[in-house]
Design a protein around this ligand. Structure first.
Ligand SMILES: [Zn+2]
Length: 304
C-alpha cells in the first residue's frame, strides 16, 4: 500500500542521534546477556529471561526490557514520537534528578515495585508544580549502580524529564527549580538536580551549553536529549575527584561502565520483569499502540 507522501517525508526526516547503537551492536549485546544468564546454571530465575531473549525474532519480538534489540526498537520509536510532540510545543526544559531516600542496596533491586514507584514520583511532581501550570512531562527512570570515592555500591534511581509548557506560558527555569529541586537528594557532590532549557519556542538556536558539542541542529539536540530520558540499559557509575561544569556547578567526575557479574544478573532480572516502555513517565501525554509502533498524543485537556 502506498503511503501518503507527507507521511513519507516525515518518516524520512527522522534521524536517530549520532552514535545511536546499530542493530548489529544491539544483537551482540543480546547474545552477551543470554550467555551471561545461561552460564548461571544454578540460578533458575536467570533461565527465564535467558529463554525469552533467545526466542526474540524479527517476526516475533520478545518485548523484554532486558533485551537490547527490543529496547533499541522501542527507543527509536520513543525518540521519533517525543521529538514530533515536543516540536509542536514551546520552550522545553530537561530536568535531571537523583531522588532523595530512594537508594537501594545491592541484591535488593527486586524489592523496587517499579509501577508503584513511578506513580509515587508522578504524584509528587504533580503536587510540587504550581496548580495553574499546564505542562506536559515526558521522562524516564534510569537506575545505575553507583560507587563514588570508593564508597559502598548502591542502586541509584534517577529521573530524567523533559518538561514543556502546553499553554506556552508560565514555565521558566526558576519555576521548575523552586518546585522540583526539593525532591532531589540533598547532596552537593553528585549533582542531584539539574535543569536546562533545551529548546526555545519555535526550535530556535539550541542552548544546552556543555551538554552536547555544537554544531548540532535544534532537532539533533532534541533527539539526543530525548534519548537520555530512556537509556538502553543500566550501567555502573564510578567516580573519583570533582570537576567544575560549564554551569559552574561542582560535581563528581563519573564514568559509566558496563555492569558485570552479580550486578548484571540483578539488572537483567529486574529489567526482564518489565517491558521496554515500563520505565517511562508521562504527564499530559497519551501513548497508544504496540511497543514497536506506538504513538504519543497530547492529552485531551491540553489540546488547544
Ligand atoms: Zn527482544
Amino acid at each position: 500500500m502506498l503511503r501518503h507522501p507527507r507521511k513519507n517525508a516525515r518518516a524520512l526526516r527522522f534521524k536517530p542521534p549520532e552514535k545511536f547503537e546499530t542493530l548489529e551492536v544491539a544483537k551482540k549485546r543480546r547474545q552477551k546477556c543470554i550467555a551471561h544468564l545461561m552460564a548461571l546454571t544454578n540460578n533458575e530465575k536467570a533461565q527465564v529471561p535467558a529463554t525469552k531473549l533467545l526466542s526474540c525474532r524479527k517476526s516475533a519480538r520478545c518485548r523484554s526490557g532486558a533485551c537490547p534489540v527490543c529496547m533499541r526498537l522501542y527507543r527509536l520509536r520513543w525518540i521519533k514520537e517525543c521529538c514530533k510532540l515536543l516540536a509542536q510545543l514551546g520552550d522545553v526544559y530537561r530536568v535531571s534528578m537523583i531522588l532523595d531516600h530512594a537508594s537501594l542496596e545491592p541484591d535488593s533491586l527486586h524489592l523496587l515495585d517499579l509501577p508503584k514507584f513511578l506513580e509515587a514520583q508522578q504524584t509528587a511532581i504533580n503536587r510540587a508544580l504550581p496548580d495553574d501550570l499546564k505542562v506536559i512531562i515526558i521522562g524516564g527512570i534510569d537506575i545505575s549502580l553507583n560507587t563514588l570515592e570508593n564508597g559502598d555500591a548502591h542502586w541509584c534511581p534517577h529521573l530524567y524529564l523533559l518538561i514543556a509548557s502546553a499553554s506556552g506560558q508560565g514555565l521558566s527555569k526558576d519555576v521548575l527549580d523552586d518546585s522540583l529541586k526539593p525532591m532531589a537528594r540533598r547532596s552537593s557532590a553528585s549533582r542531584p538536580y539539574m535543569s536546562t532549557l533545551v529548546k526555545q519556542h519555535g526550535l530556535g538556536k539550541p542552548p544546552c551549553p556543555g551538554l552536547i558539542p555544537l554544531p548540532l541542529s535544534p532537532e539533533e539536540v532534541l533527539a539526543k536529549v530525548v534519548s537520555y530520558a530512556l537509556k538502553a540499559a543500566f550501567v555502573h557509575r564510578s567516580g573519583y575527584g570533582y570537576i567544575r561544569r560549564l554551569s559552574n556547578e561542582q560535581s563528581h567526575n563519573t564514568r559509566p561502565q558496563s555492569l558485570r557479574g552479580p550486578s548484571l544478573t540483578e539488572a537483567l532480572l529486574f529489567m526482564g520483569q518489565h517491558g521496554p516502555g515500563k520505565r517511562v513517565l508521562l504527564r499530559g501525554v497519551r501513548r497508544f499502540g504496540r511497543p514497536e509502533r506506538f504513538v504519543l498524543r497530547l492529552g485531551r485537556r491540553l489540546k488547544a
